[in-house]
Design a protein around this ligand. Sequence first.
Ligand code: NAP
Length: 261
Amino acid sequence: MPRVLVVGGTGLAGRAVTAEAVERGHDVVVAARRTPDDDADAYVPGAVYVTTDLVTGSGLEEAVDGADVIVDASNGVGRQAAHVFAFGAQNLLHTAARFGVNSAVLLSVAGIDGSGYAYYRAKAEQERAYLDSPLETRVVRATQFHDFVTAIFERGRPFGTLLAPSRTRFQPIAVADVARVLVDAAEGAGEPGVRTVAGPRIESARELAEQWKRHSGSRRPVVPVRLGGALGATWRAGRNLAPEHAIDGIGYGAWLSSRAA
Ligand SMILES: NC(=O)c1ccc[n+]([C@@H]2O[C@H](COP(=O)([O-])OP(=O)(O)OC[C@H]3O[C@@H](n4cnc5c(N)ncnc54)[C@H](OP(=O)(O)O)[C@@H]3O)[C@@H](O)[C@H]2O)c1
């Protein structure tokens, strides 16, 4: 079985990728700046953890040594995003090429093309670094995760509300479904290049927030808020949606029910 290096394998998506790859019998190495204790939620039994910083390059050689394929599920917050996605990707890819890694899979976001949102511009730069590298690359663009849209609604908590971006629709997807697609790609499924994977249904932010409200038993009102800036504009234009790439996966309602179970 090929050795899979999951970069950012302690994060939300990365944990699911690590679990899926271990489950399929791969030899899995996880790279992140903080490695989890073996009783932590982020710890997947059977995976090997290497403390690595993509930006400084520390631990990178140990992480890539012996890897056949990289799955990059790293993330950065705020200004850090540009560092992780631009410098971090270059560091990783140069080291990987030196160590003879054959191929890579990058987790990206649906609808980033042409957006003025700084985070999306950084993701586009990260994609270019991968596609220009000597590694055979599959970029998988996913729509918003169920967890992510839920976190948006919960931004209203300090104000006693559930916040629903107005005139915005989402096509959210389960991280477990994304992880399956990423591990398929790591196993060589599909042509190299860019593909998109999207959740099974498109619903308004308000409809989704109402579902979350019912599920969580919250009494807070769902309040429409116009999201400013380039991200709000990108979402209102529906560029985060990809109906032609909808998968027959876990919808938001089913995901909420599975959490309750
Ligand atoms: N959220 C969504 O709805 C969504 C939708 C589509 C695509 N995506 C993409 O999915 C990817 C993963 O998102 P996520 O929400 O799963 O991320 P996350 O939970 O924030 O996890 C990020 C991971 O990256 C690691 N990391 C951060 N900085 C690093 C560095 N300098 N060196 C090495 N590792 C580093 C983190 O571990 P340490 O902090 O310990 O280093 C962690 O393992 C992102 O690229 C995002 O654009 C997200």
